[in-house]
Design a binder for this molecule. Structure first.
Ligand code: NAI
Length: 490
């Protein structure tokens, strides 16, 4: 059957389903096509299930290691029922995916389950279990995402070599886990599996974890905690191959020019993701794709074919769900005739490790590379924040980077409790071109973790209340027009 629409969205992840809902809200006749589950990788096998596992593992860890200090006595050791945990995690995903279905239907978006392929630039075929349709649309939005990269010697089969999908589905905790790649995914999964009882070893090819991805001082806090908890980290270690010996596997890696071996029950491969641009006949219809596999787009996410847009992981870095959703709303509005373009100053990023790392804006070197030669950099520790101490989660700090002359905030890097929630204030501040004084002079409620944002701004200006800053007098000058001397009573 041939069906006609104003907008056809391909892929129902956080880019695609958001684009479809916004298109429908704007009165456009919209269809969305998905070959797997509504919500995409993020909701079904990525962001959401991993957060469920991280929450449970952190809860167990606190029961085991902190409850008794708080006077909570548990007779015996808390016991993990991994099968039940995995089924609870699945119920979270199902609930969220069901919610997406309801939202799409409630907005009168037609949902088609099947595999889409371009026949020509204006026609898509969709083949599924009970579907064999041709779709024609005035506009197409490609939101088909990315998939894990493999390296020579390691083929993901989700039995011996797992991707994040396989790791999230494990219903037994592996005794010995070797993780290849100390990036976002490797570290998030290592953190929670270690807490659930795995002996984890991370092989990272670069000289540091999260190299160039997160502020090095923030990473140090996490690296120290990983080490303390017993996770082995080998830096500069390149995984080469593995072989089975009985029910276990022996992974060979290269370290300092020497070949080393390590045993594992499971191997987790997390060395990055690549865009799904080799599928769906995208090259056949003449779409321009760059040498990294991303579909080339302009600031409106329009491709070289003016009726086709691309958003999310397939349209370029950063491969983050919230960037995809932002682009989804934008593209729907552009199709409906609004004048919009992608001009985000910052895409905040969160790594859900322990403690969490979150950032918005530039790191020090990036700020310098963008022409800010003189910087003001300050930090405020969670150890000096009453709420963090009362939560028994006082590791880490908030670090701020601002232009030394104008005090305009350029970057915020947080490692600590609820960094993921705290970072939104920083993103707003950076988008609004806020100065340190704007944060320092905004009254933050007490006692909250949010006060660390205000105090980090004060610290960067040289006068935080809850840390002693030197020099004690004379050396602190406010910039012209600022009133950095505001006082605050607790
Ligand atoms: P990644 O790019 O974050 O990290 C991959 C790591 O693997 C790098 O540090 C790299 O040096 C290392 N590596 C590469 N080859 C290696 C080898 N042969 N031996 C040892 N190490 C090797 O990639 P990852 O963790 O797979 O994540 C992919 C993307 O997914 C991220 O870039 C991120 O955008 C997204 N993501 C976001 C999350 C969030 O927002 N919280 C969570 C998970 C993923």
């Amino acid at each position: 059957m041939t069906k006609n629409f104003d907008v056809c969205v391909i892929g129902a992840g956080p880019g695609g389903y958001v684009a479809a809902i916004r298109s429908a809200q704007l009165g456009l006749k919209t269809v969305i096509i998905e070959r797997e589950n509504l919500g995409g990788v993020c909701l079904n096998v990525g962001c959401i299930p991993s957060k469920a596992m991280i929450t449970a593992a952190h809860f167990l860890h606190r029961l085991e290691h902190q409850a008794s200090d708080m006077g909570i006595e548990i007779s015996g050791k808390p016991k993990l029922n991994m099968k039940k945990l995995v089924s609870w995690k699945q119920s979270v995903c199902d609930k969220m995916s069901g919610g997406v279905a309801q939202l799409l239907k409630g907005n009168q978006v037609e949902i088609i389950s099947g595999e889409a392929e371009f026949k020509d630039a204006k026609t898509l075929s969709v083949v599924g279990k009970n579907v064999n349709d041709l779709i024609q649309a005035k506009h197409f939005i490609i939101a088909t995402g990315s998939r894990p990269i493999e390296i020579p010697g390691f083929k993901i089969d989700e039995k011996e070599v797992l991707s994040s999908t396989g790791a999230l589905a494990l219903d037994e905790v592996p005794k010995k886990l070797v993780v290849i790649g100390g990036g976002y995914i490797g570290l998030e999964i290592s953190s929670y599996l270690q807490k659930l009882g795995s002996e984890v070893t991370i092989l990272e090819a670069m000289p540091a974890l999260l190299q160039g991805v997160a502020d090095a001082e923030c990473v140090q806090v996490v690296a120290r905690k990983l080490k303390k908890s017993g996770v082995q980290v080998h830096l500069g270690a390149k995984a080469k191959s593995y072989k089975a010996s009985g029910k276990t596997y022996e992974v060979t890696y290269e370290l300092n020019g020497k070949s080393e071996k390590i045993k594992a029950d499971k191997i987790l491969l997390t060395v990055g993701r690549k865009p799904n641009s080799d599928q769906m006949g995208l090259r056949k219809i003449g779409l321009k794709i760059d040498d990294k596999g991303f579909i080339e787009t302009n600031a409106q996410r329009k491709t070289n074919l003016s009726h086709i847009f691309a958003i999310g992981d397939i349209a370029g870095q950063p491969m983050l769900a919230h960037k995809a959703s932002h682009e989804g709303v934008m593209v729907a509005e552009i199709i409906s005739g609004q004048n919009r373009a992608y001009d985000a100053k910052t895409v905040p990023a969160v790594i859900f490790v322990d403690p969490e790392i979150a950032s918005a804006g530039w790191m020090e070197e990036e700020a310098k590379a963008h022409g800010h030669k003189e910087l003001k950099i300050g930090k405020f520790p969670f150890g000096a924040n009453g709420r963090a101490v009362s939560m028994m989660e006082s590791e880490g700090f908030v670090k701020m980077i601002a232009d030394a002359e104008t005090h305009v905030l350029l970057g915020v890097h947080i490692v600590g409790p609820e960094a993921s929630n705290l970072i939104s204030e920083a993103a707003l501040a950076i988008e609004m071109g806020a100065r340190l004084e704007d944060l320092a002079l905004t009254i933050h409620p007490h006692p909250t973790l949010g006060e660390t944002m205000m105090e980090a701004a004060e610290a960067t200006l040289g006068h935080a209340i809850h840390v002693i800053q030197r020099p004690l007098s004379g050396a602190r000058k406010s910039p012209a027009g600022s009133s950095a001397s505001a006082s605050r009573v607790h």
